[in-house]
Ligand binder design. Structure first.
Ligand code: B16
Ligand code: MG
Length: 218
């Protein structure tokens, strides 16, 4: 059987940590005297921590000194981590284990490609750390998605050429990054927003192992 590299984004693909990011950013915005909505939070998905705070400050028409910026970033992360501390395997999104098990059974390469600097911690909390042969996160890259760097490093870790890699992504920038890397992109979410992906599914319950087999044997 062929061996391919399967690269997973974390937030929005394996777990839904967006709700925890939202709670932490909202608390910070409130502290600064304004609020952020769930719709606005959508625009922060897949975006780095630094860039997220810049965007939020723009929404609130607020500027901070460099020192304050650093303090608020740390404060946000502490709040976020207090939510992460409560996570367990029950937070893995539906049918993700089904696909991971199938990839393990067929001995495919499995890697993580996430913008989060907390990715390793989260994988440990939900008990998936050992499943991944490669992990590339926000600590390992110099250029954020839509730059393909994160996925190209993941492919290297799996010893695969980009054209033998398949990426699962929920963010617009992440799908663009996978396409630019020359990989097959699978959008997890809405067709309206992820129409540039090679395939789009609402979630993993819509993905059959027969489809994974097709990808493996392409
Ligand atoms: P952290 P992903 C991304 O994860 C999140 O979607 C995004 O909302 C977050 O700001 C970013 O990670 C950085 O996270 O503050 O933990 O370093 O979707 O790329 O797995
Ligand atoms: Mg994501």
């Amino acid at each position: 059987m062929n061996k391919k590299g399967f690269i997973f984004d974390l937030d929005g693909v394996i777990v839904d940590t967006a709700k925890y990011h939202y709670l932490a950013w909202k608390a910070l915005a409130n502290e600064l005297g304004f609020d952020i909505t769930l719709e606005q939070n959508e625009q922060l998905k897949g975006v780095s921590r630094v860039r997220s705070l810049e965007i939020i400050l723009g929404w609130g028409n607020t500027t901070l000194s460099q020192e304050q910026f650093t303090t608020y970033m740390a404060e946000k992360n502490d709040k976020y981590l207090s939510h992460i501390a409560q996570m367990d395997a029950g937070e893995i999104l539906p049918d993700v284990p089904k696909i991971l098990n199938y990839l393990q059974e067929t001995q495919q390469g499995i890697a993580l490609g996430s913008a989060s600097k907390n990715a390793r911690k989260i994988l440990q909390k939900v008990g998936l750390f050992e499943v991944f042969h490669g992990i590339v996160d926000g600590n390992d890259v110099s250029k954020a998605k839509p730059d393909p760097e994160v996925f190209l490093i993941a492919a290297q870790q799996l010893n695969k050429v980009p054209t033998d890699c398949i990426v699962f992504e929920d963010s617009v920038a992440g799908v663009t990054a996978a396409n630019t890397a020359g990989m097959i992109s699978i959008g997890i979410g809405f067709k309206e927003t992820l129409g540039h992906a090679d395939y789009v599914f609402n979630d993993f319950t819509e993905i059959q192992t027969s489809f994974i087999n097709e990808l493996i044997n392409r």
